[in-house]
Ligand binder design. Structure first.
Ligand SMILES: Nc1ncnc2c1ncn2[C@@H]1O[C@H](COP(=O)(O)OP(=O)(O)O)[C@@H](O)[C@H]1O
Ligand SMILES: [Mg+2]
Length: 154
């Protein structure tokens, strides 16, 4: 399995790592983001959004659950990006209210999911898994691992 790890020493590093990872993404990709609260998953998505020249401020969807952004790749292709944070979901049935399955089925959009385990069996097959690991000894240090999980089913 293809995987790459990077060390981040600041939130800015994490955004830069996200921004360079974004080059690998294509229409329809689903990316799960693993890591503790405050690890830097949302910072990483900020980096992704900057690659896609998203003009809006990227904020944590902890309360809104799902945020949608519109952007463009450097070669001018349009991308819709969903950033979903399932932390506050207590029962997979609540996913229906937020339109989780419809969102995941959007074959053109790129979808980022924090706390994917909350979706249980509603979580479709993913293309990438990004793990943001916190270093116990160094407050600002993170190990970010990106793992390729599968091809897009065209
Ligand atoms: N190396 C780092 N990478 C990312 N965030 C960091 C780093 N060091 C410190 N931080 C801080 O950790 C927090 C990460 O927040 P956030 O990205 O919202 O976490 P998550 O989405 O994983 O819950 C921010 O307050 C950020 O300033
Ligand atoms: Mg977050």
């Amino acid at each position: 399995m293809e995987s790459e790890s990077y060390l981040s020493y600041s939130e800015e590093d994490t955004r830069t790592i996200g921004k360079s990872f974004a080059e690998k993404l294509s229409h329809g990709d689903i990316i799960t983001l693993l890591g503790d609260l405050g690890a830097g998953k949302t910072e990483f998505v900020r980096g992704i959004c900057s690659y896609f020249s998203v003009n809006e401020i990227v904020s944590s969807p902890t309360f809104t659950i799902m945020n949608q952004y519109f952007g463009n790749s450097p070669n001018g292709e349009e991308f819709t990006i969903y950033h979903i944070d399932l932390y506050r979901i207590n029962d997979p049935k609540e996913l229906e209210e937020i339109g989780f399955s419809e969102c995941m089925a959007d074959s053109k959009a790129i979808k980022f999911v924090e706390w994917p385990e909350k979706a249980d069996t509603f979580m479709p097959p993913i293309h990438w898994q990004v793990d943001v690991g916190v270093d116990e000894e160094h407050e600002l240090q993170r190990t970010i691992t990106m793992m390729f999980k599968g091809e897009i089913q065209a």
